[in-house]
Write a protein of this length. Sequence first.
Length: 411
Amino acid sequence: MSSKQKPAAKPALTPKLRFPEFRDQEGWKETQLQKIAQPVSDRAVTGDGDNILSLSGEHGLVLQSDYFGKKIAGDSAERYLKLLHNDFVYNDRTTKTSTFGTIKRLSKYEGGIVSPIYKCFRFHADENPVFWEWYFESGSHDVALGGLVNEGARAGRFNISISQFLSTSARHPDEPEQQKIAECLSSVDELIGAQARKVDALKGHKKGLMQQLFPREGETQPSRRFPEFRNAGEWELRIVSQLAKVTTGAKDTQNKVENGRYPFFVRSQTVERIDSFSYDGEAVLTSGDGVGVGKNFHYIKGKFDFHQRVYCIYDFTKDVSGMFFYLYFSEHFGERVMRMSAKNSVDSVRMAMITEMPIVLPSLPEQRRIASCLTSLDELIAAQTQKLAALKTHKNGLMQQLFPSLEEAGA
């Protein structure tokens, strides 16, 4: 190519999904970020120390005092950068969810200060900051950031300066289309937030209901009973060994088989698969060691196998509902394990922690009534949780379609 020839311009890009009023418009323009944004260089002053912000990949920019329960900046806050509402912060440290670092907009507060380790920038007034928040959230800028990764990167940090960051190019439409995309994705995000709150409220309702339907420690009657059982008298105090048998498995994690015929319970809440079964019937299982001690519980009725460090409670007596036992056990066992340990965490569960655990039981009909109520609530929670997952999947799909793919274009 001669010195007079200019490199061919990159083709205009358009997203796969475009709102009707913009379908006849040109593709998105390419520009360097430094032409539409500028670094934030203002420093904190006396009195700003109460608004120290930290960057969270999940929660965005949050007050340090809320996130950590205290301020951790110490006396060095005067070196911090002062942000305004809608400013952006980039942390070039890689995470499990952000290959090239985390970029978040200051949306929750009118201002604050952040550590100078962060790269901070502010878009010009004619750019829509919410659009750019979704642009970065969608991963549209990953290709550009990938081109900045250098050999000096260490300890998961890419050592990208703010000038390097702003030297990267991005594709964007005119402000009206930016506004439309921002409103669309923000509306979906509001739906997700409302659905998440609904799920949390249902879980909270279940927790409170269980506390009322089961007697408090040292008591033999719950604070709430179904009408037909209000005059049924006190519950009977028993121990687990009087109600069922307890054993451990004979398999190791390496015995799992992808797409195996039967459930395989290991030392986590994840249920693996296997082609063998050690038991066929109703059972409750819990981790015997590892991080899941006192936290992981499973109920099953059918053929299954289980890890050598998983406890299986099975062969319930005729006056015990396996589902009621599962609900009671999973609500109370974790607290018992922690109380019997001298440490903040428990390495393993001894057999006696289970077999000698006290449990109060009502009549079998009342057990079944309580189990039916709580399992119906569990089904509702599961359905609403699936709806939440579907909304998140829908949002991710929208982001992929509302922003052009630079990778497909070979940009």
